[in-house]
Design a protein around this ligand. Sequence first.
Ligand SMILES: Cc1ncc(COP(=O)(O)O)c(C=O)c1O
Length: 434
Amino acid sequence: MTVTTNPAEGTASAGAITTRRVAAGALDPHALRADFPILRREINGHPLVFLDSASTSQKPDVVIDTVSDYYRAYNANVHRGIYTIGEEATAAYEAARAKVARFVNAPDSHEIVFTRNATEAINLVSYSWGRRNIGRSDTIVLTEMEHHANLVPWQILVQEKDGDLEFIPITDDGILRLDVFEVLLRLKPKLVAFTHVSNTLGTINPVREMVELAHAAGALVLVDGAQAVPHLPVDVQELGCDFYAFSGHKMLGPMGSGALWARRELLEAMPPFLAGGEMIREVHLRRSDFNDVPWKFEAGTPAVGDAIGLGVAADYLDGLGMAAVRQHERELVAYALETLGREVPGIELYGPMDPDLRGGVIPFNLPGIHPHDVAQVLDRSGIAVRAGHHCTMPLHERLDLAATARASFSVYSTTEDIDALVIGLVEVQQVFGE
Ligand SMILES: Cc1ncc(COP(=O)(O)O)c(C=O)c1O
């Protein structure tokens, strides 16, 4: 695919994007696979079957070319150069911020802070907002299904401040117990922080309802959107939350890109997270004035090319239509749950069995075979799945599981990928004589 770059507007556009949608608004994964060069690779003599998109997604040509084009044509630092390529880089960087803001329907692009990933976005909130607002005996409510990125920063904070953590439990099939949440809210927590979509079980949490309950109890709400923004329509205004964190590399964007959205008045009241260049307006030997938001939170030289690539990834997904992306992944989930359950003897599947309640993530185990062995044997056939605790050790403890294997999808995933997984798993069982 050829990429037209217009750094002055901060756009690199892929002409073919809109052709990837077929008439009824549905998404054609077979057609758009051509945009992802890595999917043409063979592994051990087999076509790559990439079923680890929850870990990181693959990148379309348009994103790869945009990043490469930045380095080839207008690599320069931002907000500094009074020369052409510096101005081009700055314009493209700020245009990317506007694209990302539009993608999650932020009311103001200055409410988007570029970070390296969701982890950094959550740490920004825990260090900046958290250290100013959480004190002795204050409570933060989390859930049992959090990724370590939305757990460990809060552990560190409450240990430092002598505060408390409480957890919304889950049912055995991975649904949050909202009845218990309502009881926990009587503790008047300062913050409720939870994942929009579970990276391990796939559960899609009822964000809006939870935000309403939390706000009625006086708490602010942080949503970890790392597994939602790439897979379903996200509108931060409709969700009503206060902070929303996500990673660029899981949404077809470059590694090292991510963002925090937060309401402007919160960002303005928050002290800087990291300090140094870029985040200041004036510096004297003994004191400094800080920059406006969002730059106050972007100390040092940012990952300019990665941010620009993230903007293009957002455009790419927008071109597909996030409702169509969600519909596609919902169909894959339904197909996978049904086919795996029917064709792979004894397979254990975890998480909600209703595809309406679940994103494109399928954790499973083959009884008697360690998930690492499952993943290793599948790799012989070019099938990539993740095995382990998926950065949710407490959730695995809750479910009494040492580890799981996990297949996860993205826009380019197909039912043929799932068929290959089914055949691969039956072979794994043969290898281990099960
Ligand atoms: C739900 C969830 N939150 C947070 C993260 C952390 O993302 P990153 O490693 O990009 O910071 C992940 C990564 O897998 C995730 O799945």
